[in-house]
Write a protein that binds this ligand. Structure first.
Ligand SMILES: Nc1ncnc2c1ncn2[C@@H]1O[C@H](COP(=O)(O)OP(=O)(O)OP(=O)(O)O)[C@@H](O)[C@H]1O
Ligand SMILES: [Mg+2]
Length: 241
């Protein structure tokens, strides 16, 4: 803050400092990606190519599935009007994470991996991706209680992506343990942002039935919390495999 050579009362100076401080807090609470939509798109294309070795097929299906993610990460209000965002089931918010449901091969894993790589250089957006089965294996190899504690602490980072939830087996390490369910419960409690993907879990490819199936798998307490934790997004279309 500059005083521009003007004479100001000390109370004015203090107010200005407090306002500056409040503005900073707002910026910290709601970070904006310091790049434009166009720049993010170019980075996405380049990173998709370097990760998968293929050019992105930018057809109608891809555009529609990617649009909602771009608006979400850019905190663009057009996010709230995306057709594949289920605003009727869970109130959309940039302060919630993402639960992406879709058929196999539509890009759920690779798109999130691309964003993970792009965001390495943006501290406020950086997230770590884990596959649900790898989490179970990591837990099963914990030899001591302190290893387990370390394992859970590692997954309390600010933003975490867990790919393919529900596909993991129940962990066995001196007793049966639901690793992913427990990580999600703890992340809800700590208000941490989580991104997850899952396939449709019923034959009729229904989002609500899939949510119910997740409830059966992880229990009603977590089912109830899913609505507070996530924006529900559905990826439509055919497999690119
Ligand atoms: N728009 C696209 N253009 C080109 N290739 C794509 C596109 N989207 C996805 N792919 C490719 O299709 C394959 C399947 O994508 P991905 O593994 O991300 O799907 P998924 O939805 O996670 O599937 P699953 O449910 O089986 O895990 C990958 O090889 C991926 O690179
Ligand atoms: Mg996948």
């Amino acid at each position: 803050m500059f005083r521009d050579g003007k004479t100001e009362k000390i109370s004015q100076v203090i107010n200005a400092v407090v306002n500056d401080h409040n503005n900073c807090q707002r910026i910290v609470a709601k970070p904006c990606l310091p790049i434009s939509k166009q720049d993010l798109w170019l980075r996405f294309l380049e990173t998709f190519k370097s990760l998968t070795g293929k050019r992105l097929i930018n057809d109608k299906q891809t555009k529609s599935n990617l649009k909602v993610l771009f608006y979400y990460f850019l905190r663009d209000d057009d996010f709230f009007t995306c057709k594949n965002l289920h605003a009727d089931i869970s109130k959309p918010s940039f302060d919630k994470g993402l639960l992406i449901i879709g058929a196999t091969g539509v890009g759920k894993t690779d798109y999130l991996k691309v964003f993970e790589k792009i965001f390495i250089e943006f501290h406020q957006y950086r997230f770590k991706g884990e596959n649900s089965n790898d989490l179970v294996t990591q837990y099963e190899t914990c030899a001591t209680p302190s290893d387990k504690e370390l394992f859970f602490r590692r997954h309390q980072r600010k933003r975490l992506f867990i790919d393919d939830i529900n596909s993991e087996s129940i962990a066995s390490n001196y007793g049966k343990y639901d690793v992913v369910g427990n990580i999600l419960m703890s992340r809800h409690e700590k208000k941490l942002i989580t991104y997850v993907t899952t396939n449709y879990l019923t034959d009729e490819k229904s989002l609500t039935h899939t949510l119910e199936a997740l409830g059966h798998r992880y229990g009603f307490r977590l089912y109830d919390r899913l609505f507070e934790m996530f924006n529900f997004i559905e990826f439509h279309g055919k497999s690119y495999r």
